[in-house]
Design a protein around this ligand. Structure first.
Ligand code: ADP
Ligand code: ADP
Length: 230
């Protein structure tokens, strides 16, 4: 019962740059995967294909049984299932934390303001930042902003969470608070794919570590084997 399935997926940028090469990857429901590898190896592109921020050109990619294509109905359904957290937090600076979280649930999901706010406060408590609900993003630290961004994604009740280097833009002292939130989410059973260089996180949280190089998955292992090879 796979949540995500890549079968011989290929993608090119332009006509010549072969960024994903015959990707085969099956992700079970609730599985936690860390993707690592050198800069430019295609990690970000791979996870962006899952919610179709990028489109693959060959092979088959399915999310919860839905095959990704240009079909707009499928796209909307997949985007509802898959949440993404970026390196840059992408919060609206002119909206409060609470307004950032209620915007999409009100406008896209047609929740009432009261329902959306209740849901937002629940998620802000989950990332331990509820007391900042009425502040503006720039009044918060980077670590706090990233936790807000995670809460905003959770407000859309995704079944899969994608993280694209979520701690890379943070000062060192703020990395742990974000990794702690991600660890807690992982323990709650959500399916996760994380591109990260945080190997301590990979070792303690991942069910599988995938190593990419030049558009290919070159190694796939459980963290124990991965970090303890000779
Ligand atoms: P990683 O996440 O491993 O750093 P990316 O998936 O971001 O790798 O990028 C893989 C390669 O594709 C890089 O060489 C990058 O410059 C290139 N690339 C990324 N996005 C585009 C794009 N929109 N157009 C052309 N090339 C791109
Ligand atoms: P990442 O942290 O995801 O590796 P990059 O710095 O590689 O980010 O890319 C930032 C943005 O620029 C992305 O949207 C990516 O698609 C785009 N990009 C990267 N490389 C190229 C390229 N060679 N040509 C066009 N767009 C690119």
């Amino acid at each position: 019962d796979y949540m995500i399935e890549f079968a011989k997926v290929n993608k090119w940028y332009g006509n010549h740059f072969h960024v994903l090469r015959d990707i085969d990857l099956q992700v079970r429901k609730g599985e936690r995967i860390v993707i690592c590898g050198p800069s430019g190896s295609g990690k970000s592109t791979l996870i962006r294909c899952i919610n179709r921020l990028e489109a693959h050109q060959q092979g088959k990619l399915t999310v919860d049984g839905l095959e990704l294509s240009d079909d707009v109905k499928v796209l909307h359904e997949v985007r509802r299932k898959v949440g993404m957290v970026f390196q840059q937090f992408n919060l609206f600076p002119h909206l409060t934390v609470l307004e950032n979280l209620t915007l999409a649930p009100i406008q896209v999901n047609k929740l009432s303001k009261a329902e959306a706010e209740e849901r937002a406060m629940t998620q802000l408590r989950r990332v331990q930042i509820a007391e900042q609900a009425h502040k503006y993003p720039l009044q918060l630290s980077g670590g706090q902003q990233q936790r807000v961004a995670i809460a905003r994604t959770l407000c859309l009740t995704p079944q899969v969470l994608l993280f694209d280097e979520p701690t890379s833009a943070l000062d060192p002292e703020m990395i742990k608070e974000v990794l702690d939130v991600m660890t807690e989410l992982a323990e709650q059973g959500i399916t996760m794919l994380c591109v990260t260089h945080e190997m301590g996180f990979a070792k303690s949280v991942a069910d599988r570590v995938i190593f990419m190089d030049a558009g290919q998955i070159v190694e796939e292992n459980n963290p124990h084997d991965f970090f303890n090879r000779p």
